[in-house]
Design a protein around this ligand. Structure first.
Ligand code: ME8
Length: 510
């Protein structure tokens, strides 16, 4: 039976268009999903939109639209963006979907019947912009610790989830299990949120744009209790490849990865595991990545009005280069800079000089010396053996990085792989060779170009397609195909993989 892998992104707020920060998370999810697929896993990749709440309602009213039509327009743009980036999610969940609403309402009833929910009065500090609540200890200045905006004081009837009872349990889980990657964030999470853990307010009466509680129609379910459960409810959709029980039961062998930005770690690593525990389910596995920051180190965010429109970047540089930059240049787990200059530097220095040129050089050597037919390798050459050993080592360490979700390290291995092939050309100087030696060298290079292109394909899908056309090859990327010998294949015309970006002020928009 095939091994199974379930990967999720946060469901994004459709109060505006998505920006590069959202692209970052989704790119990582798509990268690991494609990688697992190439390893032969059955994969399920979930993304979507978090459509309820006061913030969305306000935005819809500002545009004189009903909230559902407002978000539906924006969702079309989300999907268009994922399409332009070759992001292959399996389900796009909307929290306004009938099946999600049904799941969340029924889940409320079950938790209520089991005694995990009670009704009381809620008074707290609330950040409208982040849809987040803070106690007075967490926000002593009455300013949002996340975004710095003024907090509102709220007091209303609300249902509460008995989170406090799980304080010892969650502390122990965080300290002794693998809920959170990277581990160094656990201490700060415990100090800031677990030590002062309060029951979670999970309903509102002050507005109605949300999922109604069956037991009390005056209440709607508060956004995080609604949103977090998308990771379960999506599995009740007819198009889901996995069932709820298959993924979430305690003995499940479905591998799991839930990607989030570090600012929502507390929801995913405290409330979310507790909700799962109440339901008798397994723990999640969360990877909290850092933020994309501007050149001056400021978090890219809609509220700071410093966001970059990914569509413009894709139009100028292409989806593949952008995805490669985000994965490679932002150290997974840490904050990382994005600027057009840095992206252009990476494209010219790596994708053009090292990768694209390697292919172009090889193409012209084979067309010149072998009429465009890939020669064979039937000798034993010590440089080739040495190269293959080095590449095997690099490949193995790339697999280890990927299996540990060390994405930015994994691309460093792929770059090293390309550099080794270039180094091999410099050492063997094929332009000075002929006969069997030349055949063996060029055969090796072509086969290794295919190998590295296959390994790059989860990020550089268009390059994979171009190389497959060049090699007259028509199969989906799969690690089982590594090591294929293309001897005797008549090469087609090569389409340049990447072109040099010339300094052009007109391209600049940030
Ligand atoms: O928080 N750098 O939605 P959201 C990196 N609906 N990633 C960034 C980023 C940046 N500068 N800015 C945003 C929500 N992100 C909730 C989630 S899940 C049950 C509910 C990414 O639209 C990152 O993944 O505010 C972050 O966690 C997410 O977008 C926030 O998206």
């Amino acid at each position: 039976m095939k091994k199974k892998f379930y990967v999720t992104t946060p469901i994004y707020y459709p109060n505006d268009k998505l920006h590069l920060g959202h692209v970052y998370t989704t790119t990582l999810a798509d990268y690991i999903s494609k990688y697992k697929k190439m390893q032969g896993y059955e994969t399920m990749f979930l993304t979507g939109s978090d459509e309820h709440g006061q913030k969305i309602l306000d935005r819809a009213l500002e545009s004189s639209m009903d909230p559902l039509s407002f978000v539906t327009n924006i969702i079309t743009e989300f999907k268009n963006l994922w399409n332009k980036l070759d992001i292959n999610y399996d389900i796009f969940i909307r929290t306004t979907d009938k099946l999600h609403k049904k799941y969340v309402a029924e889940s409320f009833t079950n938790l209520l019947n089991q005694g995990f929910i009670y009704k009381s009065i809620y008074t707290d500090l609330y950040c409208k912009s982040d849809e987040a609540y803070f106690t007075k200890t967490q926000a002593p200045t009455q300013l949002c610790p996340d975004c710095g905006k003024d907090l509102e004081i709220l007091s209303e009837e609300s249902y509460f989830l008995k989170i406090k009872n799980f304080k010892k349990w969650i502390k122990d889980k965080l300290e002794n299990s693998n809920i959170l990657i990277p581990k160094y964030r656990i201490k700060e999470l415990i100090n800031n949120f677990v030590n002062d853990l309060q029951d979670l307010s999970i309903s509102r009466v002050s507005f109605s744009w949300g999922i109604k509680i069956n037991e009390n129609k005056a209440h709607i379910i508060y956004v995080w209790m609604d949103a977090l459960q998308n990771y379960i409810s999506a599995l009740s959709y007819p198009e889901s490849k996995f069932t709820i029980d298959e993924v979430w039961n305690k003995n499940s062998d479905v591998e799991l990865l839930q990607l989030v930005g570090k600012e929502i770690t507390r929801f995913h690593c405290i409330y979310w595991p507790i909700i799962l525990k109440m339901k008798g389910y397994r723990e999640p596995r969360i990877l909290a990545h850092g933020w994309l920051v501007t050149d001056s180190g400021e978090k890219m965010s809609k509220s700071k009005k410093n966001v970059i429109d990914p569509i413009k970047l894709i139009d100028i540089y292409g989806a593949d280069a952008l995805k490669f930059y985000l994965t490679n240049n932002i150290v997974t787990g840490e904050d990382g800079k994005f600027s057009q200059d840095l992206l252009e530097e990476m494209i010219n220095g790596l994708l053009v000089n090292k990768y694209s040129n390697l292919v172009a050089r090889t193409d012209s050597m084979i067309k010149k010396s072998f009429n465009g037919i890939v020669p064979e390798n039937n000798i034993s050459n010590k440089n080739i053996i040495k190269l293959k050993n080095r590449l095997d080592e690099i490949k193995n360490s790339y697999f280890i990085d990927m299996d540990n979700f060390n994405f930015s390290n994994s691309t460093k291995k792929l770059i090293k792989y390309i550099e080794e092939i270039n180094g091999f050309i410099d050492i063997t100087e094929p332009w000075k060779e002929k006969g069997d030696n030349l055949s063996a060298i060029l055969n090796t290079i072509v086969n290794e170009i295919f190998n590295i292109t296959t390994m790059l394909s989860p990020l550089l899908l268009n390059s994979y397609k171009k190389i497959c056309f060049w090699l007259n090859y028509d199969e989906k990327p799969n690690f089982e195909n590594l090591g294929k010998d293309f001897k005797g294949v008549k090469l087609n015309k090569i389409d340049y993989l990447f072109s040099r970006i010339e300094k052009d002020k007109n391209n600049k928009f940030n």
